[in-house]
Design a protein around this ligand. Structure first.
Ligand code: NAD
Length: 540
């Protein structure tokens, strides 16, 4: 027992390490990469704190060298899935009763450990398992994750401080920010280690217990992250780790009456399936499950004739091709006026021509492999579509013989509603539409009406009227909107992330708005001296 109004330390963004040649951090990370590549990890489920090796395994391979096995993941069967839900339920009362500052302290400790020795471990696992360069791994598995934990601890405190503004004399009104009345199911995508670890820990911070199902292809980094959470002090049963192909875990969990929420990041079709299943099961649940999903995107860059062509070209090259275009925020459709197209396309072609595609263990690599064969085949099909129906400025080929390497590709389409302009490809393939300079207003209509998604987007213009017109016309076209910047690289505490329309519920990961979804407040009214007679004055 301790007394005091404890304050969570004020967070600040984690500085990004540079990994320059000869730096200490580069030596440490190199050693961690070599070590991780030299072992095959057996990854268990963890249920109620117990490591469960089911023996039913799938191999996790390196996208850059798909013959190289990094780990064997032990899949949960129906028994393990049921036990994970039971374990989450069993841990609920104690975890919910633990004071907020105790729960927050675990996240602050996790962030501190990640700043130290765990940084290289998580970055190395992310490089090898998800084919990120050192820089991409650093901004994801270290900086963003540290920020999620430090900032969320502070945001949660702000939520607890939210109390009714009025308590008349003789009355004390209070809000009890309870967790949800059941467990939360966290389902994570392959592409960000930070997101994968935030999905279970954000609800847990607010007092919920969790069943967490990571994406199989990111199992290695998720496993290292889970070990870190254990080292930070998460008690057994608060976060239960189960592996499996989507529906094998999803269907039985979604059938549980105690399901109180889903914290999902992944593709739009998967989230729509989960939502429909919850709808079909609605009468079974003890309470209406909270559904939070951040999903697909078809993110745009729209340039006005007044844009700076040099800066715009960098934004397209980085925003479209970093991490192989596998960021949900990656620029994948661009609109350029005819007057700028020549210079912009030449500059982008030259820049991407200098970007080395290859194994991320080679420090000169800028673009690695795509995540797995399924993605690779899909990208091949989109390249074939582009090669046969659009002008290919560069790329257009792929090579899956050793790793899943898709050449960065830029296509210019004549039809602004071409499939390459509408569909989420999630690879290093960018489509461009060149418009007449005097059709700015019509182009903004196109940007808004072409795709069902509304995640990120950028306007490029020096003309402030053009900026204002884009802000107004594209108000609902993106949840994260950029002016003269690339549409990727949102930072916790600076640009809370999430989109609308088919891109998700826009609950802004890494902000108080997200944490609010994991609470179910109870209003408490205490009266200090209640009436003793039943008659009101009007009765005389
Ligand atoms: P995905 O939808 O294929 O898989 C996401 C997760 O859902 C995986 O863990 C998968 O196993 C699981 N899953 C699939 N079917 C399931 C089911 N029936 N029940 C339970 N779980 C199920 O997505 P992905 O390929 O891993 O990730 C890429 C997608 O994620 C892209 O569409 C991208 O835009 C999106 N994404 C969005 C954001 C965002 O913030 N908006 C961030 C990252 C990724």
């Amino acid at each position: 027992m301790s007394a005091g109004s404890f304050r969570i330390p004020s967070p600040s963004n984690e500085p990004v390490k540079g990994y320059a040649p000869g730096s200490a951090e580069r030596a440490t990370l190199s050693a961690a990469v070599t070590a991780a590549a030299g072992e095959v990890v057996e990854i268990p489920c963890v249920i109620g704190g117990e490591r469960v090796f089911t023996g039913n395994t799938v191999a996790v391979t390196m996208p850059c060298d798909h013959g190289h096995v990094l780990a064997n993941v032990h899949l949960a069967g129906p028994t393990e899935v049921a036990r994970a839900a039971d374990a989450a339920e069993a841990a609920r009362a104690d975890w919910a009763a633990l004071p907020y500052h105790q729960r927050a302290a675990i996240l602050l400790r996790a962030a501190t450990l990640l700043r130290g020795g765990w940084r290289a471990t998580l970055n190395a696992a992310t490089m090898l398992g998800q084919a990120k360069t050192s820089h991409q791994a650093e901004i994801d598995a270290s900086c963003e994750l540290i920020d999620f934990w430090n900032f969320n601890a502070k945001y949660g405190e702000q939520i607890l401080e939210e109390q009714p503004p009025v308590s008349p004399p003789g009355v004390w009104n209070r809000l009890d920010h309870r967790p949800l009345d059941g467990f939360v199911f966290a389902i994570s995508p392959f592409n960000f280690t930070s997101i994968a670890l935030n999905l279970p820990t954000a609800p847990a911070l607010m007092g919920n217990t969790v069943v967490w199902k990571p994406s199989l292809t990111s199992s290695l980094a998720c496993w290292r992250g889970f070990e870190l959470l254990e080292a930070a002090g998460f008690p057994a049963g608060v976060i239960n780790l189960v592996h499996g192909h989507g529906a094998d875990v999803g269907d039985p969990i979604l059938a549980r009456p105690e399901l109180a929420g889903i914290h999902f990041t992944g593709s739009t079709p998967t989230f729509q399936h989960l939502w429909a299943t919850v709808g079909n099961n609605l009468s079974r649940y003890r309470a209406y499950p909270r559904l939070v999903g951040e999903t697909g995107g078809k993110d745009f860059i729209v340039a006005h004739a007044s844009a700076d062509a040099e800066q715009l070209a960098v934004a397209i090259a980085r925003g479209g091709f970093e991490f192989q275009g596998q960021k949900c925020s990656a620029a994948s459709r661009i609109y350029v006026p005819r007057s700028l197209w020549g210079e912009v396309s030449e500059r982008v072609t030259a820049m991407v021509g200098e970007m080395k595609v290859g194994d991320v263990r080679d420090w000169s690599t800028f673009i690695g492999a795509v995540i797995d064969e399924r993605a690779f085949r899909k990208h091949e099909q989109y390249q074939q579509l582009g090669n046969s129906s659009a002008e290919c400025l560069f790329g257009g080929s792929s090579d899956g013989s050793r790793g899943w390497f898709v050449q960065p590709s830029l296509y210019r389409v004549d039809d602004p509603k071409h499939r390459l302009m509408r569909e989420e490809i999630f690879g290093p393939i960018v489509a461009a539409y060149v418009y007449d300079d005097d059709d700015w207003a019509g182009t903004l209509d196109l940007v808004d009406g072409t795709s069902p998604y509304a995640l990120t987007g950028a306007v490029w213009a020096r003309d402030r009227y053009a900026v204002e017109q884009a802000l107004e016309r594209l108000r609902f076209s993106a949840g994260n909107f950029y002016i003269n910047d690339k549409p990727t690289g949102a930072v916790v505490g600076q640009q809370p992330f999430g989109g609308g329309r088919a891109s998700g519920t826009n609950d802004k990961a890494g902000s108080a708005l997200n944490l609010l979804r994991w609470t179910s407040p109870r209003a408490i009214k205490e009266t200090f001296d209640a009436p003793r007679g039943w008659r009101y004055p009007f009765l005389g």
